[in-house]
Write a protein that binds this ligand. Sequence first.
Ligand SMILES: Cc1cc2nc3c(=O)[nH]c(=O)nc-3n(C[C@H](O)[C@H](O)[C@H](O)COP(=O)(O)O)c2cc1C
Length: 166
Amino acid sequence: MQKLVSFEKAVKTKYPEQVVIVIAKNKAGKANPVTLGWTMIASYDPPMMAVGVYKGHYSVRCIRHSKCFTIVYPSSDMAKAALFFGSHSGRDTDKLKEFRTKTAPAKKIKSVLLADAVANFECRLVKQIATGDHITFFGEIVCSHINKKTKKRLYSLGKGHKLGAA
Ligand SMILES: Cc1cc2nc3c(=O)[nH]c(=O)nc-3n(C[C@H](O)[C@H](O)[C@H](O)COP(=O)(O)O)c2cc1C
């Protein structure tokens, strides 16, 4: 049996929600990480993923400028980093410098990987669609990496950005 409620109320039932960190460079070459919950695998062949970024976020500018981005699956022990990247703007913060995070160079795109993450996907921007107040960016995966150690992924467990293993 279902009852009629507002979208705002119904969508709060979505948890746990996966968390990714998207990294793209700005004009000056600074890599800007941003934490996102809105993400999906968009195609298997060719491999593609999509992310939804609020149109006013600095990351939109970085992705549009560099035309490529990394999608990171953070591990459950990266909750503090994910919260930092998701509560500061690259407009006035060098997030990777301020929240010291181990990076590694990407192999096929001009971006970086997060060394301690569960997985990193190097994406070339192939399409972008304005979807209401967000921009959905589609990236073709040109290179994939996984951690040599087995790690658990990070999830958003409830409203207020409570992050942890699911
Ligand atoms: C767990 C979590 C999930 C988030 N999900 C999204 C999302 O899906 N889309 C979005 O635009 N912002 C999302 N945010 C907010 C951005 O990460 C945040 O506004 C960030 O500071 C923007 O950074 P920027 O200005 O450098 O782009 C999320 C934040 C957190 C902590």
